[in-house]
Design a protein. Sequence first.
Length: 536
Amino acid sequence: VNVKLVHKPAYHFQPKKHWINDPNGPMFYKGYYHLFYQYNPQGAVWGNIVWAHSVSKDLINWLALETAISPSKPFDKYGCWSGSATILPGNKPIILYTGIVSPEPESTQVQNYAVPANYSDPFLREWIKPDNNPLVTAHSENSSAFRDPTTAWFDGGHWKMLVGSRRKHRGMAYLYRSRDFMNWAKSPHPLHSKANTGMWECPDFYPVAQESTKGLDTSERGENIKHVLKVSLDETRYEYYTIGTYDRVKDRYVPDNTSVDGWAGLRYDYGNFYASKTFFDPLKNRRILWGWANESDTRDDDVKKGWAGVQLIPRTVLLDPSGRQLIQWPIEELEQLRGARVQMGKQKINEGDHVEVKGITAAQADVDATFSFESLDKAESFDPKWMNLDAQDVCNLMGSTVIGGLGPFGLLTLASEKLEEYTPVFFRIFKTQEKHKVLMCSDAKRSSLAKGLYMPSFAGYVDVDLTDNKISLRSLIDNSVVESFGARGKTCISSRVYPTLAISKNAHLFVFNNGTEPITVDSLDAWSMNPPSKMN
Ligand code: DQQ
């Protein structure tokens, strides 16, 4: 076994070696998707950050290009941190990014721009950082907490963009406006802020359609549009989003009263997913979300492996018809990597059963299952004490081996033959006063026999009514990645796990049920996943 490579994802986006973090400046230009990302060209730990660059025709097969932006000028001498791309009129991309102008620990931050050297090159290989940089410097803002400019939107007269920040412990997104994209003025108040959330990294702000499944360009205006504001919370390393209304005259954003604004807010992903960013894809009229998953082994492991960090599979993002949340789904292009396929016929899974899904490479697979049950009667009651806990704490208490009524049921991914190791992805359905509550878990607790790993019981609730007594689960398994989508993308959870036995050919996949109520697998399709080829 090659210890360096055994956990390396095969079909998730990753450079050959070294450290990667945030996805930056995703965009579509002249037939190609571009992805930039924070990268350390010198090692497998964070540092020496540049913008690495890859292009693709389908978001799956990639070609790595030269570094796009790296420290060289006074305005970015100590680092080229995260930022975004905007397509200006005449199909002219421009990048806004954070430059670091003083060494740690201050790491003073300014906002810069870069433009392509040659617009006729669809790969946009070479980027220029003009001498009138920086465009924006901090004044009253805290200059050590002032970064990650968004894609700009045009309101008819002005370009507007956000920069993430904080004032003491209040997280905020400052709004800047400009007529010419060069001279920027800060709006008298932030677009939005929230007490006790700390530094807002990588804000993202975009419109979503209320009565259509089309994604919207960032500058789109009109009827039946809501807005999404997502922030990445530096202190806990998780993100939350709200859905709300944007007043483009007052330049204020107000979250709906159905959206919790703060630590307990909705998350794109209840697992390992951070510094995400969306972009509008004009080719297929969709909005696509990129998110980064870091490692959850040790820093020493990363140095030994020679690589760290992965981009999760890009997801299309839509507003749920309820208007209360988003729906995410892996881009359809992923399906081209599906190889050998197995199906499980309708099958009953009784309490204590686990049934193997054979005939695929279980360490690299795409699994899509729908489970059904006779009724909700047997659901166990939800302990009111748990109302004050995170879903993650409830999953930690009520794990996959704790017998329940309706559930726990789901998949045992990356399992060793005798179940010394496994990462269960499952549902557990509770009765509450009003109706019921559905918990979804991706529990790394038993994922590995190795020591020193971070093995959290990630979990989120799923807002479904279950009137048809059915719930679906899709998991993308990729050696050390388990990326799962509950109820067709209502709740998503990504885990990073490092089995010692359940690796390569020795990894297994099972369906299980540890609830007293029998579960039926209505359908289950599983595919071995091929690695992408280089872009051709
Ligand atoms: N990563 C970048 C910052 C950003 C942080 C530096 C989020 O710009 O705030 O690599 O992961």
